[in-house]
Design a protein around this ligand. Structure first.
Ligand code: GLA
Length: 729
């Protein structure tokens, strides 16, 4: 890794092990995006800007300033000065006027990296940072662009901080975190769509001259989006082709957009959603935009995934549990929903402990006066002792006797109309004047821009975590934001609410982890509606989807694991007949499906068949034997049921290539079929491996397994999964 400033060419070159990123000055003033891609060793590359093709720089041709602005590939494009492509920044002055011009001022390169105030961001020991300061002296705006590269990583972390350097108030109405410009050589765009119980479905489309936009205006990314965008060659597959990817370390509304201009330059941007955003900056105040994570691969999507997974594990997830083996849990939600008392919970716990499970998670329904259905009690974070006699302390101490850890569900950002909290503080609900806020799951959203709300939530949660000695909390968020109005903020700060909500969540999780350093947080949002790098900074795992049907999980898992390490993906064994799809899948397949992430059970262990119960100890043993690979291995996609309609397969290989496992699922059996041949990936071609598949144990050379392949048994049943272990001899 290195960073240099080349005075002769007036450019900066950032190198990672396999990539280079180059930006530089044009006409001594404007910051241009020059190159991003495979590593280059020379800096004589400014010719790529084509500065002599028709249009000239403003010092030579001031009368054609707009032509210049609308043609130059900009590193941090501004609004209002003749660049009609997507900008990264806009402001409004007290005179109601928009637009600015950011001119180069200075730079510095240093070892290390500063935290982003109030926001999650990447960290590490061996890191270098470049900061470039741009200024608009007319409206008094200063922007500091930061770029960091980490030893051994093909990721560049980029962010921007804006300061009101003048003496009058300004409103920041748009601030995106990152922009790159590439010549579109027939690119495709990769993004995500989805819904509740069908999250993170990958989609590739052609990048034409119309914009391709992935965005959220929900206050979280939502089930239907991911703060991510990639452009790539049309022919890019898992193992070959170019991919340029950008991901945001943020958990709120976002914009990711790619658009090609008439000269076939594609501009790709990512950042906080500008729609509805308006942040007031008094003289001297600063605003920090979230960090964007950039990576380039010329070895297809698997290499992009490896760069993102390693970066996430090593430089984003801060939890002390990151490299610990996470507890295997039983969760009460689909086991009992709201229908439980202390006896039922303790008998579920007893079965779990007898079987060798590590933790019981008491999900929704334990708090307030009558949380028998979703409509009541959110905000009342005290135990319902009519339902749970003896309270949480009693449950906690009984679990301890059984050798189980205790985990508990919260949904802190929400409030029910029928709650003590609402009766005491109706003004704490997000609402616009004179209108009842829109209901969703019959609940409303708390105004986290109000520090009193944050304080209330922190105090009530900390009290319970302490008293019940919780090892884990599941932090849920079961509806998006609406009715964006706050009684607490002044009228000229209402455009800050969405972002203040996100930083309020960050502040709360930061405070809880600081107070309880051992606490494991699992984030969740009606399944996977808030699965992003921002949340992973605080919690090393996130509930991936309410849909645990192993067939449905294939596409959900494929999309989630494209970006996020398997160790972050919350997955549980569901009931025999899935509550969402009604599909009946064998217990073995449900077990293997849950082993694709953090492992647990979400069914009533006291009610399952004897045969299934007997299978649990060996399922636990099987998972524990691969858990270290789930935590740290390299993940390779091999076959996608989403695209082939028949079967799915992926591998996870240890960094030293001595151990691996392969998961294979045949979704529908085909009569008169042959055993499926799978070419393995990521092994050492020269090593010999023992392959253990069901009752077969065979030895092969690595290059044979990767090129000739492995023949799976003929499987005659639908929804059948096998897990194959591969170890060096
Ligand atoms: C959400 C979560 C579920 C469960 C319920 C409880 O839907 O995704 O796992 O916790 O809330 O109400």
């Amino acid at each position: 890794m290195s960073m240099i400033y080349d005075e002769r060419n007036r450019l900066w070159k950032l190198d990672t092990p396999n990539t280079s990123y180059v930006l530089g000055l044009v006409d001594g003033r404007f910051l241009a995006h020059i190159y991003y891609g495979a590593k280059v060793t020379d800096t004589d590359i400014t010719y790529i800007l084509r500065l002599n093709e028709g249009w000239k720089v403003p010092s030579k041709q001031p009368e054609e300033y707009v032509s210049f602005m609308s043609a130059l590939p900009m590193e941090f494009p501004v609004s209002g000065r003749g660049d009609y492509r997507e900008s990264c920044i806009n402001i409004k002055t007290e005179d109601g006027q928009e637009g600015l011009e950011l001119i180069y001022d200075s730079y510095q390169i240093y070892d290390g990296k500063n935290d982003l105030k109030g926001l999650p961001s990447s960290f590490g020991d061996n890191v270098q940072t470049l900061e470039i300061t741009l200024k608009d002296t007319i409206v008094g705006v200063e922007a500091v662009l930061s770029y960091s590269v980490f030893e051994g990583s093909d990721v560049i972390a980029r962010s921007v901080k804006v300061k009101n350097a003048g003496d009058r108030i300004i409103h920041l109405t748009k601030l995106l975190s990152s922009c790159i410009e590439l010549e579109n050589e027939g690119f495709e765009v990769l993004g995500f769509y989805g819904s509740w119980a069908r999250e993170h479905i990958m989609e590739r489309t052609r990048l034409g001259h119309g914009a391709t936009v992935f965005e959220s205006i929900r206050g979280e990314e939502g089930h239907d989006g991911q703060p991510f965008i990639a452009v790539m060659d049309e022919k890019t597959d898992e193992d070959s082709g170019r991919v340029y990817a950008m991901q945001l370390v943020y958990s709120g509304s976002f914009l990711a957009k790619a658009k090609t201009d008439a000269r076939d330059y594609a501009r790709i941007v990512i950042g906080i959603q500008p729609s509805g955003f308006d942040w007031k900056l008094e003289a001297g105040e600063e605003f920090q935009a979230p960090e964007a994570v950039l990576t380039y691969s010329d070895k297809g999507l698997n290499k992009m995934t490896h760069s993102l997974h390693d970066f996430c594990r090593d430089h984003i997830i801060r939890s002390k549990h990151q490299y610990d083996k996470r507890p295997i849990l039983v969760n009460s939600w689909e086991a009992a929903y709201f229908d439980f008392d202390e006896k039922k919970i303790l008998s579920l716990a007893k079965s779990a402990s007898d079987l060798g499970i590590d933790m019981l998670v008491l999900d929704d329904g334990w708090f307030g006066k009558h949380r028998e259905e979703p409509k009541a009690s959110l905000g009342d974070w005290y135990c319902n002792e009519n339902k749970l006699k003896g309270g949480l302390e009693f449950i906690g101490s009984e679990l301890k006797k059984m050798g189980l850890k205790f985990g508990l569900w919260f949904e802190p950002e929400m409030i029910s109309e029928d709650s003590d909290l609402y009766r005491a503080h109706p003004e704490w609900v997000l609402h616009t004047k004179g209108r009842e806020p829109a209901r969703c799951r019959d609940q409303w959203v708390l105004d986290l821009s109000n520090p009193a709300v944050i304080e209330y939530l922190y105090e009530s949660m900390a009290k319970i975590i302490d008293a019940a000695d919780l090892a884990y909390i599941k932090w849920d968020m079961n509806r998006p934001l609406s009715d964006i109005g706050s009684d607490y903020l002044d009228k000229d700060r209402q455009g800050e609410i969405m972002h203040r909500h996100v930083i309020g969540v960050y502040e709360l999780q930061e405070r809880l982890i600081s107070k309880f350093p051992e606490l494991l947080i699992e984030n969740c949002s009606s399944g996977g509606a808030r699965f992003d790098l921002g949340m992973l900074y605080y919690s090393p795992q996130i509930w991936c989807s309410d849909d645990m049907d192993p067939v449905e999980r294939l596409a959900i898992h494929e999309g989630t694991a494209l970006l996020y390490p398997l160790s972050t993906i919350g997955s549980h064994v569901c009931k025999g007949k899935n509550d969402i799809t009604g599909r009946k899948v064998p217990f073995k397949t449900r077990g293997i499906s849950a082993m694709t992430g953090t492992f647990g059970y979400e069914l009533d262990l006291t009610q399952i068949s004897e045969e299934d119960r007997k299978a649990i100890p060996s399922q636990l043993k099987e998972y524990r034997a691969i858990q270290h690979l789930v935590q740290t291995g390299d993940y390779y996609r091999i076959a996608s049921y989403r695209t082939n309609g028949r079967y799915d397969a992926f591998m996870n290989v240890s960094k030293d290539k001595k151990e691996a496992y392969l998961m294979y699922m045949q979704v529908l059996a085909r009569p008169n079929d042959k055993g499926q041949r799978i070419c393995l990936k990521g092994l050492d071609p020269d090593m010999r491996y023992e392959v253990e598949c069901e009752d077969r144990k065979e030895t092969y050379k690595g290059d044979v397994l990767m090129n000739v392949g492995f023949i799976l048994p003929c499987i005659r049943e639908d929804f059948s999964a096998v897990m194959i272990k591969i170890s060096a001899k």
